[in-house]
Design a protein around this ligand. Structure first.
Ligand code: ASP
Ligand code: MG
Length: 364
């Protein structure tokens, strides 16, 4: 079996969902479990709905968006049935302010539509409720998965089915049966947990970029795709703020040595990035962090005027003399490779320039 997880942009409208169907069709012999996020931007809308005094406008937008996608994809009895399900899901959160309960509906809606679309396209498909499989404890907005229980239930619900199964990322339930979620952007984590539970051959994370990049493309104009990266390196990147993979995703995959592939729904022939136990030696990416205490904060923090205390970090196995020379040449400081702590505060623009220079000398 394999797990194929499609993020919000990969299911954002009817055209995107059609691409998903084509991609999955080509992988049916691998017996995929399909895991979907909410349609792009819907989780944000649901957060607004949960917190609003008068959510009627946002509710209307929620309904209209999902009904439109249904009409674009489905027809006949399947359309009527799916519209009724969409309406019932929308009604179920009317007047509700419990945030985990309200935001769970995004994935319930998207998975309902996607599974109907598979059936409409002639691929028999069943819908499975992730809340019956993913059990969590602790904070209901960022639940801690109970992996032993989950494994048994995933195998029971999904493992035995010969039909294509579509389920939800992100959502879970507590021991008392209350709705919970795995934290924002948590669908990747769900996918890895499903993969681990099923002993999947691989977990495919389908997104809107050609894999993991050698630097943050918002700061470095020309980045390269990382072909292979180890679990440790990918975990480090996620910890330092790379946004392609949810930081927790690595751990369940690593326990069973399941490779994670990061692939692009809009460019499915691109081989993407592969995260697995081992990778080639040498640098994989350069990151820029900034924090007064030099603690881990992603390069996003650089949006401010001043980079403050800056750190440049080169991530990869067995970084050597060559990388050290590049870092030293660019920063003018004697460094032991990664992370490099700059003694004086550097302004944000200069810090970006430095990271671009280091990146380009090493990777381009
Ligand atoms: N829909 C959720 C979010 O936007 C989970 C995810 O997409 O990973 O945070
Ligand atoms: Mg995501």
């Amino acid at each position: 079996m394999i797990v194929m997880k499609f993020g919000g942009t990969s299911v954002q409208d009817a055209a995107a969902i059609r691409r998903v169907i084509d991609i999955v069709r080509g992988r049916l012999p691998d017996r995929p479990l399909v895991v979907v996020s909410a349609l792009a931007r819907v989780t944000r809308l649901l957060v607004e709905i949960a917190g609003a005094q008068d959510p009627s406008e946002a509710m209307e937008a929620l309904r209209a968006r999902h009904c439109q996608v249904c009409r674009d994809l489905l027809h006949g009895p399947l359309l009527d049935e799916t519209l009724a399900r969409v309406e019932a899901l929308c009604q179920s959160i009317e007047g509700l302010h419990d945030q985990p309960a309200v935001i769970s509906v995004g994935e319930l809606l998207s998975s309902t539509i996607v599974s109907a679309a598979f059936n409409q396209a002639g691929i028999p498909c069943r819908w499975a409720d992730a809340r019956e499989m993913v059990h969590v404890t602790g904070d209901r907005m960022s639940g801690r998965p109970d992996l032993d229980r989950i494994e048994a239930d995933v195998r029971r619900v999904v493992g035995s089915s010969s039909e294509l199964t579509v389920t939800q990322g992100f959502i879970a339930s507590t021991e008392d049966g209350l709705p919970a979620v795995l934290g924002f952007e948590g669908s990747d984590y769900s996918a890895a947990i499903f993969g681990m539970s099923l002993g999947a051959e691989r977990v495919e994370i389908w997104t809107d970029v050609d894999g993991i990049r050698t630097a943050d493309p918002r700061y470095v104009p020309e980045t390269c795709r990382i072909i292979r990266v180890s679990y440790d390196e990918a975990a480090e990147m996620a910890r330092l703020g790379a946004r392609v993979l949810h930081p927790m995703t690595i751990y369940p995959a690593r326990t069973r040595q399941i490779p994670i592939l990061v692939l692009n729904t809009a460019n499915p022939s691109c081989p993407g990035s592969r995260v697995e136990q081992d990778s080639a030696d040498g640098p994989k990416c350069v990151a820029l962090l900034t924090d007064q205490d030099g603690r881990e904060i992603g390069s996003r923090a650089l949006a401010g005027e001043q980079a403050g205390m800056s750190l440049v970090s080169l991530i990869g196995r067995n970084l050597g003399d060559e990388e050290r020379r590049v870092m030293e040449a660019v920063t003018g400081a004697a460094v032991s490779v990664a992370p490099l702590s700059l003694s004086a505060p550097v302004d944000a623009a200069r810090a970006r320039e430095m990271v671009t220079e280091i990146h380009n000398r090493i990777f381009l």
